[in-house]
Design a protein around this ligand. Structure first.
Ligand SMILES: *Cc1c(COP(=O)(O)O)cnc(C)c1O
Length: 362
């Protein structure tokens, strides 16, 4: 198309994000295991808050998210004044790129890192840079080696999506200490709750001036459709992000439902326990039939096949069985399929189809 009207440099390099497929035409028993959603949905307390929110739809929402930030701070033992809320953690990621990176700056992440880092970096006009991983795991030395004087942001998802692997706090700390002075480390904790005993990097944020943590209500809390996430950082960063955030970026419904979800202990503990139980179950059985997985600290497993052709064929077999998982070619892992841990019945169906598939391959 010939036109003098052109977007900012970088925008046309953005490949559109493809969400997980959610339907199979002609099947009503399909199970979606492609977006790491909570198989039990939202909890009862969140659903009730959602219904109550209907009474206030004519009111503008709180601009400072005070009650939600206070509830997050209380649950995780944080300083409410250093929390910022966004329409999903995606929005917080985009605030970070908008505020700290522009043309000529580099945004660094690891090889199989979350696609939004690259998208948000390009949207801000910055240059995305990927550092290699070792065995599908974040490699701190490779990240440090990739830093330059133009590196402004370093994104790490821990545990990472789509690999499910994670690195210990000691490694995060080593990275934070050795980064160039102008670089801000972002610890994406979308799956932090699933990693037992891990605080998402919150303590590291409290100790340092160059670390930010992002979190979400989309995974454990089962609210992916609501769009609420948050960030926790040093005061100087939160003050900056607050300037680029729109005053009404979260509706009253979003704020109230997220707050209610934080208090739903029954739903939280059931979701965590079932995920841990079925994750071990599925990984062990996949390994036993010759499908490798890395230890996963999240709510999915990355199943590894012989080659991309075998992964594709298995994906076709799963679709024929009414099971939608995630192809991860766009993450540089064409020999893998990412499978969200569903409820027990979904996990049994997955194992059944893959078992039959592997028998045919033998
Ligand atoms: C799912 C996910 C998020 C969460 O995104 P939201 O915008 O909060 O829904 C963030 N980071 C990673 C790595 C994810 O997989």
């Amino acid at each position: 198309m010939k036109t003098a009207i052109q977007p900012q440099p970088g925008i046309l390099d953005i490949a559109l994000y493809q969400g997980g497929t959610s339907k199979i035409i002609g099947r009503d028993d399909a199970v979606k295991l492609s977006s790491n959603e909570n198989p039990f949905g939202a909890g009862d307390m969140a659903r009730q808050a959602y219904l109550r929110a209907g009474h206030d739809l004519h009111r503008y929402p709180s601009t400072d998210h005070g009650p939600l930030r206070a509830a997050i701070a209380a649950r995780y033992g944080l300083d409410a004044g250093r929390i910022i809320c966004g329409a999903g953690s995606d929005e917080v990621i985009s605030f970070l790129c908008q505020a700290y990176a522009g043309p000529g700056d580099e945004v660094l992440y690891s090889q199989h890192g979350f696609l939004m880092y690259r998208i948000s970096a390009l949207a801000a006009g910055a240059t995305p840079v990927a550092a290699p991983e070792r065995d599908r795991t974040t490699n701190v030395d490779a990240l440090l080696a990739a830093c330059t004087k133009r590196t402004k942001l370093v994104f790490i998802a821990n545990p990472n999506n789509p690999t499910g692997t994670m690195i210990p706090i000691s490694e995060l700390e080593r990275l934070a200490k050795k980064l160039p002075a102008q670089a801000l480390l972002v610890l994406d904790g979308a799956y932090a709750e699933y990693a037992e005993g891990y605080d998402g990097g919150a303590a590291l944020v409290d100790q340092r001036q160059n670390v930010v943590m992002t979190r979400t209500f989309s995974k454990l809390f089962g609210l992916g459709g609501l769009r609420v996430g948050w960030g926790y950082g040093p005061q100087h960063v939160i003050d900056v992000l607050g300037r680029v955030r729109g005053p009404f970026n979260l509706s009253t419904t979003q704020q109230d439902v997220a707050e209610a979800a934080l208090a739903d202990e029954a739903h939280i503990s059931r979701s965590l326990a079932e995920n841990a139980r079925m994750r071990t179950w599925l990984a062990d059985r996949l390994n036993a039939i010759g499908v490798a997985t890395d230890p996963s600290y999240a709510n999915f497993v990355l199943a590894r096949f012989k080659d991309p052709a075998q992964a594709n064929a298995c994906n076709t077999a799963l679709l024929a069985g009414g099971l939608i998982v995630r192809k991860v070619d766009s993450y540089g892992l064409p020999e893998c399929l990412r499978i969200t841990i569903g409820d027990e019945s979904a996990c049994r169906r997955v194992l059944h189809v893959i078992t039959q598939f592997m028998e045919q391959q033998a």
